[in-house]
Design a protein around this ligand. Sequence first.
Ligand code: BG6
Length: 515
Amino acid sequence: MTSAQADGGQWVNPLRTPDDKRLPRIAGPSGMVIFGVTGDLAKRKLLPAVYDLANRGLLPAGFTLVGFGRRDWSKQDFEDYVRTSVENGSRTRFNENVWNRLAEGMHFVKGAFDDDEAFERLASLMSEMDTTRGTAGNWAFYLSVPPEHFSSVVHQLDRCGMAAPRERQWRRIIIEKPFGHDLASAHELNEVVNQVFPEHAVFRIDHYLGKETVQNIMALRFANQLFEPIWNANYIDHVQITMAEDIGLGGRAGYYDGIGAARDVIQNHLIQLLALVAMEEPASFSPRQLKAEKLKVLRATSPVEPFDQTTARGQYAAGWQGSERVVGLREEQGFDPNSLTETYAACTLRVNTRRWAGVPFYLRTGKRLGRRVTEIALVLKRPPYQPFQEGQTDLLTNNAVVLRIQPDEGVLMRFGSKVPGSTMEVRDVNMDFSYTEAFTEQSPEAYERLILDALLDESSLFPTNQEVERSWEILDPILNYWSQHGRPDEYPAGTWGPDSANRMLEANRHVWRRP
Ligand code: BG6
């Protein structure tokens, strides 16, 4: 064991001071095995996040990181790989001492998912680490692999006894999306995982829930008296949830072709945002209470028909992204020129509760759109009576509360104000809260928060199997309809999606915001 010790299961950190706010948030003795460690996500997000946690003093001194993959790598090769990814992707400054301590606990196990011997080697490495580095039998397995491999990895972990903790130990599994491609496949995956890991040991990642601004939805709603009274169908006319990206799909064909924008983003990130915006107040933020409220509101949520009028999908064609000329999806390397995969998806959902009856929730996402922005806009109704003369309110639109998830994280309120002058002319103005102006602390990356939460057994920010399945149930009818009706419309790269998306809102006399 190192300077820090496991004392009857209680973690004793030698550096702690009584007023250190990090105290309850320092992970106890543990290690993590990453499957898919050579993949893009691990390189860009997971490995830098592990380093950032170590750098912030939130990992135990003996933390051990094991990579599992097919490359013929030595310990040193793995360290070099992680170091490059950390140097390129970490949020916090590189610190040689922190790195050296973390690198001591890095190991690589070479193997494929059907290689029994490799998993046996992994099991014996873990036992060795339990004694030499004090990981104490506490392990998280991070599956950053395509879903077709979930089953083999889970069975191997089971077969080698790695999934079953002894007394006072824990074993947890962290699973990356996509979690299925429809309700039936998600259900099957859940069964495979739950046969080996009990639900309390399963941490399904939806990285949007790890974002500070997403957690702020709950702070804004439930720590204030200002918003909740208007947060309902009496005042809100409709809600727009947008996740727009300016990037295209170059290099991601393997993952994206055949999946598309609705499965990639609406099923998980956007439906989770809807749940947080629309749910009732939980009695506390305990995982049980919070998840119960989310599930309840998802059970009340359904897609609005007819889908030819209430949904839209598109595929980007060549166009201009800023000053750069970019190719269309079908010219992207790896995509079938006849691909029907949508890169833009929009749909209309309703939430059948007293709070939200009659309020459309419009969800949209797309690649190669005008700019990168994620926001939730609650657009309010017009006042029932306006004692102004004709023309005085021509520049006044509906009031709005806009939760800006990223970038320019913050909250914006749009309302009318008198224009200085001798007439009662009113027009829109914005009141703007910006995270970067209000706080000096930089927000942690979503993956830092989520990896740490999984090590701490804090599951509030991880969707349950029921939430995942319910989200598919909401989306499946739309996907089925699309699969039987033609192909996605085209939209030029750099624009805000296909015309059908605008028509979808026009029917209700609404317009999409141009963020
Ligand atoms: C992922 C999607 O879940 O989220 C990607 O698979 C998308 O297609 C990414 O690019 C966007 O994440 P963020 O945090 O940059 O908004």
